[in-house]
Design a binder for this molecule. Structure first.
Ligand code: FES
Ligand code: MG
Length: 568
């Protein structure tokens, strides 16, 4: 075992002591002279998205031993979207610290990160980036789609749709119970292009994964083979000292941004990518990312922007097919965990074949990247809109603000028949940002007020400092920075103010003078949320805004050395 010697007296005694303890598990001296490969086990009864972790660990171990290494699996915390209160995002940085510190603390020459559910892959990449040793990402893979009365269904785009049928009395108790059995048809991650699939594709685009490793469903032989290959590669990486800084370069982040745009990925992907880049000393330039978007079409035809599921993407060749199509936009010299460049991997991949999930460059799903970046006096630090999911007629819009002070205020008043609201108003929700909720919940998808919904209104301009699930759609402005809870301009919006959205001009403007806003701030200044103790105190005192990835300030690289994407 090569590093991380705990000092109990002299160096020789430290090694002697540690060997004595590990021999308690029955290892021979021969076993202990091999490269030690850590395997992060995030299996948990609370995390069905990671339900295949035991089989994956077995296959990773096989790959490691076939290559002459010694596998050592160890647990970290595991985060499931549905079982993490107040929100999974609140725990992402904690998981990244757990990952970083356990990788640092325990002797290992390389590490295999097994994640899958939304926040776990970003947490692991953030932690591994800071720990600095050779690291390779394995994802648990997508769940299978189910079948409900002959209709194909998958989490969680179809979850919302069926619940809406049920609320509208279009289906009965029996049918909603039946479909509940089919929406999540196996272990594995959500089967649409939500955050889990987005982060799997981003990890592969970053060069952090076995080529083709993003898309294989959780329960397939392909997934197990990828796990075995991952273990074998980890041993090679440890021998070559292929540390994570050689893979997570500016080129790699730019490739990942291209992919985020081209897959019509979750808006959460921007925040996670910003956080991972921040660990490597890169700031993310949102304007430059927006310019990237103008020349990067959406090519992957997956729900919610398209019609297919992850298993279809896999059958279509997965990321290899997409990366080949994006080749003119990529840095082909970016190093990957295989020890070869992205370009070399694409050259070595099997020949393309006919498929209908990844569109050719000249026939995209959407002509430009799905995400546009907005600025203006309402969001001096930026905001985003998923333009591919917005209503074209609302993308240039001016309206009257209807303000909700926080999530509870919204729940209380949104469906009140006396609420003063019209279809061309702009719904504003405050205090669901990083510190506001806390943890920046996916509450940015503000429902259409009941009385308007009943009148047939399908979409309105909605603005908040929160996030939105990768499966939702609408003209929804998210990640307004700085957030209301720290005194961003959003905090001082009042009912009746005029707000202008212009996606064409990339503008989100509050049509109120600076003097008036300053006066409002003087009369009723924002009091930032605080906590007396524990993780919540750490969170509230150190969490950064969306433009810095909602990471803790002390976890980002000590010095920022560059900006991505780089302006040419
Ligand atoms: Fe785990 Fe969707 S709930 S990936
Ligand atoms: Mg999600």
């Amino acid at each position: 075992m090569s590093k991380g010697l705990t000092n109990y007296g002299d160096r020789g005694f430290s090694l002697f002591l540690r060997k004595a303890f590990i021999k308690g598990a029955g290892y021979t001296d021969s076993a202990l002279t091999r490269p030690v490969i850590g395997i992060v086990n995030t299996g948990s009864a609370y995390n069905p998205c990671h339900g295949n972790a035991p089989q994956l660990i077995e296959a990773v171990k096989r790959g490691i031993m076939l290559a002459g290494g010694l596998p050592m699996d160890f647990p970290t915390i595991s985060i499931h979207e549905s079982f993490s209160a107040p929100t999974s995002m609140y725990l992402r940085n904690l998981m990244s610290m757990d990952t970083e510190e356990m990788v640092r603390a325990q002797p290992m020459d390389a590490v295999v990160l097994i994640g899958g559910c939304d926040k776990t892959v970003p947490a692991q990449l953030m932690g591994a980036a800071s720990a600095g040793i050779p690291a390779i990402q394995l994802v648990t893979g997508a769940m299978l789609t189910g079948s409900h009365r002959s209709e194909r269904v998958g989490a969680c785009t179809d979850c919302r749709r069926y619940w809406a049928y049920y609320r509208a009395d279009q289906i009965d108790d029996q049918e909603i119970a039946d479909v509940n059995n089919q929406l999540v048809a196996s272990v594995g991650t959500c089967s649409v292009m939500g955050t889990a699939s987005t982060m799997a594709c981003i990890a592969e685009a970053l060069g952090m994964m076995v080529p083709g490793g993003a898309s294989a469903p959780a329960v397939t032989a392909d997934r197990i083979r990828i796990a075995e290959q991952t273990g074998t590669l980890a041993v090679q990486m440890s021998k070559d000292r292929l540390t994570i800084d050689k893979v997570l370069t500016a080129e790699a982040f730019e490739n990942a941004m291209r992919v985020l745009l081209a897959i019509g990925g979750s808006t959460n992907g921007i925040i996670h990518l910003t956080a991972i880049a921040g660990r490597m000393g890169f700031e993310v330039d949102l304007e430059a990312l927006d310019r990237f978007g103008a020349e990067t079409p959406v090519l992957v035809d997956l729900k919610p922007s398209g019609q297919h599921y992850m298993e279809d993407f896999h059958k279509a060749g997965g990321m290899i097919t997409l990366l080949r199509e994006l080749k003119p936009l990529l840095h082909l010299n970016a190093m990957t965990v295989t020890g070869r460049t992205l370009g070399e991997e694409l050259d070595a991949a099997s020949a393309p074949f006919k498929q209908d999930v990844v569109r050719p460059f000249n026939n995209p799903i959407y002509p430009q990247g799905g995400i546009a970046v907005l600025r203006g006096n309402l969001a001096p630090g930026g905001a985003i809109i998923k333009q591919s999911a917005a209503a074209p007629e609302l993308m240039e819009h001016e309206g009257r603000a209807v303000v909700f002070e926080d999530a509870e205020d919204m729940v209380t008043r949104l469906d009140d028949p006396d609420l003063d609201v019209n279809a061309d108003d702009v719904l504003v929700l405050k205090r669901i940002g990083p510190k506001g909720a806390p943890g920046m919940p996916e509450a940015g998808y503000i429902p259409i007020p009941m009385k308007l919904a009943r009148a047939g209104v399908k979409d309105m301009v909605r603005i908040s400092d929160g996030r939105m699930s990768g499966t939702a759609a609408g003209t929804i402005v998210l990640h307004v920075t700085p957030e209301a809870a720290v005194g961003g301009p959003l905090a001082y919006v009042q009912n009746g103010d005029r707000i202008r959205l212009s996606v064409k001009n990339r503008e989100i403007a509050l049509l109120v003078s600076a003097e008036e806003l300053a006066e409002r701030a003087r009369v009723a200044p924002v009091v930032e949320p605080t906590a007396d103790r524990g993780y919540r105190k750490l969170f509230l005192t150190t969490v950064t805004q969306a433009d810095e990835g909602v990471d803790f300030d002390f976890l980002r690289a000590a010095t920022m050395t560059g900006t991505v994407p780089r302006t040419k």
